[in-house]
Design a protein. Structure first.
Lengths: 254, 418
C-alpha cells in the first residue's frame, strides 16, 4: 500500500450467485487523484466500483470476499454502518438521475438527511457552494425552485454531481458519467472532474480511452474479471506492460 | 424513369385488414356506449319521479276544543286530520269509504300536523289550511304511473278516490314540489316518506372505516413486500395468496365477518364498523396489488440515487419511491373503494340489511348501505318504491362519481409536487 492510498483493495472476489465477476483484485487508489477504471463491457469494472460504497449489497445474490479498506478501515466489517459509508463515498451514475423535485431540494436532500446544515442560511450556502463546485450555479441560480428533471442531460448530470458533493464525501465514484451526454456536455464534466480532484478522491469508470487519458492520473485495466494492469495513466497508455492492455488500447479487443 | 417503389401485391389486403380492425374497434365502443346510455337513461327516467312529491291542502280545525293552547302537544292530531277530511268530503259515510278517504294523505299526517302546530303556535284558535304529504297512490296517480282507464277492479284507487283527487285538483288544493324529504328522511314503510339519508350516511361511514383500515394497511404491506421483504419461497407464497384473495367471492368475506367479528369478537351487529372491516378485507388485495405495481414502476435509478447519497432504505422509500408511486396507489385505492361502495353480499351476512329509519350517528350504531337499500326497495311491494329504487341508484352513482372526482383532484395535487 502506497503512502497516499486512501482506498485499498486486497484479494477482492465478487460473486453473483455461482458466477464469479471479480477475481483477486488488488488495487490501491491514491487520495485526491482521479483514477479511471477501463476495460471491455462485462469485465467487472462497474462491479468493483460498486463494491467501494457497497451498492452491491442491493443485489441479493451478490457476495464480496477479500477486503476493501478506506483510510485503513475495513468497509465490509460487520459493525460498519453502510449508510454512513455511502455518505463518505458518494456516487454519480451512468444516467443522470435527479430526484423529481426542485433543483434546490435535489442538492439539499443529502445535507438534510445527514444533518449537515444547522439553519436555512447554512443550507442556502451549502447548496450554492455545491452548485458552484459543480459548475451549475450560473445557469440555475434564478430557477432553483424549478424541477431538476427539466434541465438538459448535461446539466442534470452536473446537478447529480452537486447533489453528491453537497454531502461532503471524501471519495466520489463515477460510473460512466458521460456516456449519456453529447461531446460538449462531456467536455464540461471532464473539466469539472479535473477541478473536483482538489477536494475529492475520484474513481471513474469509463468506456472512452480518450476520457481516461484526459481526466485521470491513474488507470486500472480490467479484463474478464481480473485486474490486468494498473499504474500512472501516462505509462499505461504509452507503454503498457501487458499484451492485453496494449490490444485493448489499440482497439483490438473489447 | 424507373419505379423505385412499386405497389406491393399485399397492399390491398393490408389496407382492408387495417380498415376492418378499425371498424371492429369502433363497433365495440358504440356497443358499450349504447348499453351505457340505455342503462343510465332508463334509471334516470324511472327515478326522476322520486324527486318530486305531492302535497294536499286541507282545512283543519285548531280551535280550543281540538287543541288546548296550554298543552298543544297533548292534542289528538290524527283525529283532527281525519275530522278535517270528513268535513271536506262529507259523502263518505261508510267505514270502508272513510278508510279510503283517510288514505288520501300519508299515515304520517298526524305527526305533520303536530310539527306544524308546535312550530306555529300563533295559528291556534281557528280553522287553518295546512299542507299534508299525499299518500303514495295519490302521488303516482298524478305522475301518470297508474293508468286511469283500466278496469276499477284492477286498480288500487277506486273511481271514488280518483273522484276526490280530481275535486282536490280542481279546487287548487294539490301542489307538486321537490321531494326534499327524500334526502332528509331515513327509510320508511310508506313510500312517500321513505328517504335515502340513513343509507347514504351508512355507506359513507362504512367506506370511511374501510378506507381508514385498508389504505394504511394496504400501503404498508405493499411497501414492505416490494421494498424490504427478502425474495424467497415464503414471500412467493404470500404473493400468490394475495392474488387469490382478490378473486375470493365477497360473500365469503361476509361469512368471515359474521363468524369472526360478530360472533368471536362480539362487535355490534349491523354497524358500519363491522361493515367497513369486512369490505376492507375485500379492498385490501386490490390496493396491495395496485400499490406494488406502481412501486415497481418507479425507476430503480431513483432508489439508487437516494441510497448512493447515504439515505437509509426507509428514507429512500418514504422520501422518494413512495411519493412517486402515490398517484398509482391512489388509483388502485379508488378502484377498491368503488367496489366496496357497490358491494351488497357481505353486508347482508353481517346484518346491514336491516330496516333503518334513524340516521346512524356513529360507526357503532345499526346502519344500512346504499346498495342494500336499493335491494330492499326493489323488493318492496308498493308500486311507488319502483321510482325510489331508481332514485337510490342515481344517488349511489352520484356518490361514486363524487368520490372519484375527489380522488382525481387529490391525485392531481400530489402529481404537481414533482
Amino acid at each position: 500500500m502506497s503512502k497516499t492510498a486512501i482506498i485499498s483493495a486486497k484479494d477482492v472476489d465478487v460473486f453473483y450467485g455461482e458466477k464469479q465477476a471479480l477475481n483477486k483484485i488488488n488495487l490501491d487508489i491514491p487520495e485526491n487523484k482521479v483514477t479511471s477504471l477501463i476495460g471491455p463491457s462485462g469485465c467487472g469494472k462497474s462491479t468493483f466500483l460498486r463494491s467501494i460504497n457497497r451498492m452491491n449489497d442491493l443485489v441479493d445474490i451478490c457476495r464480496v470476499e477479500g477486503s476493501i479498506t478506506i483510510k485503513g478501515q475495513d468497509i465490509y466489517a460487520p459493525e460498519v454502518d453502510v449508510v454512513a459509508l455511502r455518505a463518505k463515498v458518494g456516487m454519480v451514475f451512468q444516467k443522470p438521475n435527479p430526484f423529481p423535485k426542485s433543483i434546490y431540494e435535489n442538492v439539499a436532500y443529502g445535507p438534510k438527511i445527514h444533518g449537515l446544515a444547522k439553519s436555512k442560511t447554512d443550507m442556502d450556502e451549502l447548496v450554492e457552494w455545491s452548485l458552484i463546485k459543480a459548475g451549475l450555479w450560473k445557469e440555475v441560480k434564478d430557477r432553483l425552485d424549478q424541477p431538476g428533471t427539466g434541465l438538459s442531460g448535461g446539466q442534470q448530470q452536473r446537478l447529480c454531481i452537486a447533489r453528491t458533493i453537497a454531502v461532503k464525501p471524501q471519495v466520489v465514484l463515477m460510473d460512466e458519467p458521460c456516456s449519456a451526454l453529447d461531446p460538449i456536455a462531456t467536455a464540461i464534466i471532464e473539466e469539472l472532474i479535473d477541478e473536483l480532484r482538489n477536494n475529492f478522491t475520484i474513481v471513474i469508470v469509463t468506456h472512452s480511452m480518450q476520457q481516461a487519458a484526459r481526466v485521470s492520473q491513474r488507470t486500472a485495466f480490467f479484463h474478464l474479471g481480473e485486474l490486468v494492469e494498473s499504474g500512472a495513466t501516462k505509462s499505461i497508455f504509452t507503454s503498457p506492460e501487458d499484451e492485453r492492455t496494449q490490444n485493448y488500447i489499440m482497439g483490438r479487443i473489447g | 424513369m424507373t419505379d423505385f417503389i412499386t405497389p406491393s401485391s399485399q397492399l390491398k389486403t393490408r389496407k382492408s385488414a387495417e380498415k376492418r380492425f378499425q371498424w371492429y374497434g369502433r363497433g365495440a365502443i358504440i356497443a358499450s356506449l349504447v348499453f351505457l346510455v340505455v342503462m343510465v337513461g332508463s334509471i334516470l327516467y324511472k327515478g326522476s319521479g322520486a324527486f318530486t312529491t305531492t302535497d294536499v291542502a286541507i282545512v283543519v280545525d285548531l280551535g280550543p276544543e281540538a287543541v288546548d293552547p296550554a298543552n298543544p302537544q297533548d292534542a289528538r292530531f290524527e283525529k283532527i286530520v281525519k275530522d278535517a277530511l270528513k268535513a271536506r268530503f262529507p259523502e263518505a259515510t261508510k267505514r270502508a269509504d272513510r278508510r279510503k278517504l283517510y288514505g288520501l294523505v300519508s299515515n304520517d299526517a298526524g305527526f305533520e300536523l303536530e310539527r306544524f302546530v308546535l312550530a306555529n303556535p300563533d295559528k291556534l284558535g281557528g280553522e287553518v289550511r295546512v299542507w299534508f304529504r299525499a299518500s303514495d297512490d295519490f302521488d303516482i296517480l298524478l305522475k301518470g304511473t297508474v293508468d286511469r282507464t283500466v278496469d276499477e277492479s284492477e286498480r288500487r284507487l277506486s273511481d271514488q278516490e280518483i273522484g276526490w283527487i280530481d275535486t282536490l285538483l280542481a279546487d287548487g288544493d294539490v301542489k307538486r314540489g321537490f321531494n326534499w324529504s327524500f334526502f332528509t328522511n331515513g327509510d320508511s314503510r310508506e313510500p312517500e316518506l321513505a328517504g335515502i339519508l340513513s343509507a347514504l350516511v351508512g355507506s359513507a361511514l362504512t367506506l370511511l372505516v374501510c378506507f381508514c383500515f385498508s389504505f394504511p394497511v394496504g400501503i404498508l404491506a405493499a411497501i414492505y413486500l416490494e421494498e424490504f421483504a427478502p425474495k424467497n419461497r415464503f414471500s412467493d407464497i404470500i404473493e400468490v395468496n394475495i392474488n387469490n384473495l382478490a378473486a375470493v367471492p365477497s360473500i365469503v368475506f361476509g361469512l368471515l365477518g359474521l363468524s369472526m367479528l360478530l360472533n368471536t369478537f362480539g362487535m355490534p351487529r349491523s354497524s358500519p364498523l363491522v361493515g367497513g372491516l369486512v369490505l376492507s378485507l375485500m379492498t385490501l388485495p386490490t390496493i396491495i396489488i395496485a400499490a406494488r405495481a406502481s412501486l415497481r414502476a418507479v425507476p430503480p435509478s431513483i432508489r439508487e440515487a437516494a441510497l448512493g447519497m447515504g439515505a437509509s432504505p426507509v428514507q429512500a422509500t418514504f422520501h422518494h419511491v413512495a411519493p412517486l408511486a402515490l398517484p398509482g396507489i391512489m388509483t388502485g385505492t379508488i378502484v377498491g373503494m368503488a367496489q366496496a361502495l357497490g358491494e351488497t353480499a357481505p353486508l347482508l351476512m353481517i346484518g346491514m340489511v336491516a330496516f333503518i329509519v334513524d340516521v346512524p350517528q356513529s360507526i357503532l350504531e345499526p346502519a344500512t348501505a346504499l346498495p342494500v337499500q336499493i335491494f330492499l326497495w326493489a323488493d318492496a311491494p308498493e308500486r311507488a318504491f319502483l321510482e325510489k329504487t331508481s332514485a337510490a341508484i342515481i344517488v349511489l352513482l352520484l356518490f361514486l362519481i363524487t368520490m372519484n372526482l375527489l380522488a382525481i383532484v387529490l391525485r392531481r395535487r400530489f402529481e404537481k409536487r414533482f
